[in-house]
Design a protein around this ligand. Structure first.
Ligand SMILES: C[S@@+](CC[C@H](N)C(=O)[O-])C[C@H]1O[C@@H](n2cnc3c(N)ncnc32)[C@H](O)[C@@H]1O
Length: 271
């Protein structure tokens, strides 16, 4: 079958379901397991390939994100295994990794709280050589994170913990992208998020700020001298989180994401 005509047909089907037509190329690449440059050289596809694409198209139209269909997500230049037990790492979280790498040294001890797929801890460890630790409350998420660390050759130590409960040591940096959606807003999220990211990875309590409150109150006792906290926050949360950290002795600044949204709050301790 002519790939060009088939792509046009899928684009139309995507548009009628309000799916960005740019996802067509991504889906074709993933289904055929090739990169975009290779896709551009293909003129025809076999009936077996068409079947593979068609299966993925049907799942996408039902709302399943491409990363969850093919169980892989790309983050900070690495391929991560993802499944229904973890949130797909988001592009804005790469800024959190970039900011963390400004402080991370080979001898630093870094904790990634709420690690999910392990994307933050693994990317930071690979690019800094630091001593990285990562924790999550979900055993199933930790299974995914460990699998990713092994596949990517990252030396990260994983630990199951309800926030700081089992964290007994101190760190130079605590980094986290915790759940931050207000509970009442979860129902109104896009079905790609609501139905395919685990609720435990989204729900930040009544005002979405429960995890930041806990981090602001407890981080200091888990930080070394001149320690730092780096947090990703949801839209409209940055100033509230900054104030919480300041109340607990941190000197803070905020970084914007590429959409000009205040996205990262950094708190530093000065002794
Ligand atoms: C927004 S996801 C972030 C995942 C990953 N860090 C990322 O940025 O892609 C939040 C994670 O927090 C974990 N989590 C939820 N409640 C927790 C708790 N009480 N203690 C530790 N982790 C928790 C969830 O299992 C989920 O993996």
């Amino acid at each position: 079958m002519n790939i060009f005509e088939y792509k046009k047909e899928i684009e139309k089907r995507f548009l009628t379901h309000n799916i960005d037509k740019n996802e067509v190329n991504i889906l074709f690449c993933e289904a055929l397991n090739i990169d975009y440059t290779k896709l551009l050289t293909i003129k025809d596809i076999s009936s077996k390939q068409k079947k593979q694409i068609e299966m993925a198209v049907k799942k996408r139209i039902k709302g399943k994100p491409i990363q969850k269909i093919f169980k892989r997500a790309y983050f900070f230049g690495y391929e991560f295994y993802v499944n229904k037990n973890v949130l797909c790492p988001r592009p804005e979280t790469e800024l959190l990794v970039e900011e963390c790498l400004k402080f991370a040294k080979q001898q630093s001890r870094i904790l990634d709280l709420c690690t999910g797929s392990g994307a933050i801890a693994i990317s930071v460890q690979k690019n800094s050589g630091a001593n990285c630790f990562a924790s999550d409350i979900s055993t199933k998420a930790l299974y995914v994170a460990r699998k990713n660390a092994k596949a990517l050759g990252a030396k990260v130590r994983f630990l199951k913990s309800d926030m700081f409960e089992n964290i007994k040591s101190k760190f130079d940096i605590i980094v986290s992208n915790p759940p931050y959606i207000p509970s009442k807003d979860i129902e109104g999220l896009d079905k790609e998020v609501k139905n395919y990211d685990p609720k435990i990875s989204l729900d930040g309590g009544d005002d979405g700020l429960d995890f930041y409150r806990l981090i602001a109150q407890n981080a200091k006792q888990h930080l070394n001298k001149n320690g730092k906290v780096l947090l990703e926050v949801g839209k409209g949360q940055a100033n509230k989180v900054k104030k919480m950290l300041e109340k607990n002795g941190f000197v803070c600044y905020i970084k914007k994401d590429y959409n000009n949204i205040d996205r990262i709050v950094v708190g530093e301790l000065y002794d």
